[in-house]
Write a protein of this length. Structure first.
Length: 224
């Protein structure tokens, strides 16, 4: 007896939408990879200011002072804020400057990094400026940390995060290195050691001295 005829298997329709979805996912992943690669190889932690640009001006209350309020990031007014209880970044542009952004929420190791920063500042404070900016932490807690750790570097309090947003600070700590005049030389995110940070500061100072000598020689040759 002949068996029942076997039906031809029906061909499954081509799933066009699935292919489109896979291609779209690949494109997104490639774009994300390139973005991360660019972030790592570019100017770390900097938003409006790039390497070779002048720092965006701002003024914030000194953490240990009685001055209350949010940061002033108005480019026309920030450097004109009056009072000894305000930290004006423009006041530090007369020599090389190292700035540290830090916070404790979700980054407890940042406290140890400020110990490193303060120690390096004590060694090079006669040749460069050092500024510490706390971002959005409880101010009383910041004051306690300053007293407990004996930090000598001036600490500004970025209460509303306006300064950190302007500089796109996304990690703790973020170190910025400026030449005299507030020109950004280098920016880095992540933990460091006293030896490593000292080497970076020394390089910043030496580079500034070389530029000053070259400028002086240029003036002499021009007047000769």
């Amino acid at each position: 007896m002949a068996g029942a005829p076997v039906k031809d298997q029906e061909k499954k329709p081509f799933n066009y939408m699935a292919v489109v979805g896979i291609i779209f996912l690949i494109v997104v992943l490639v774009a994300l990879f390139n973005m991360l690669k660019t972030t790592e190889s570019g100017t770390v932690g900097i938003g409006e200011v790039g390497i070779g640009d002048t720092a965006a001006p701002f003024a914030v209350p000194i953490a240990t002072s009685d001055l209350e309020g949010d940061a002033n990031v108005d480019p026309e007014e920030a450097c004109q804020v009056e009072g000894s209880d305000a930290l004006r970044i423009c006041d530090y542009f007369d020599r090389p400057l190292v700035m540290s952004f830090w916070f404790t929420k979700g980054a407890s190791s940042c406290i140890d990094q400020q110990d490193v920063f303060d120690e390096v500042a004590s060694k090079f404070g006669d040749r460069a400026g050092f500024v510490s900016i706390n971002v959005r932490d409880d101010r009383d807690r910041v004051r306690e940390l300053i007293e407990e750790n004996g930090w000598k570097v001036t600490v500004g309090h970025d209460q509303d995060g306006a300064v950190s947003n302007m500089y796109r600070v996304g990690g703790c700590p973020t170190f910025l290195f400026f030449r005299r005049g507030g020109v950004l030389e280098e920016a880095e995110i992540g933990s460091t050691t006293e030896e490593e940070l000292s080497a970076q500061v020394r390089s910043l100072i030496d580079g500034q001295q070389e530029q000053s000598q070259e400028a002086s020689q240029g003036k002499k040759s021009g007047s000769g």
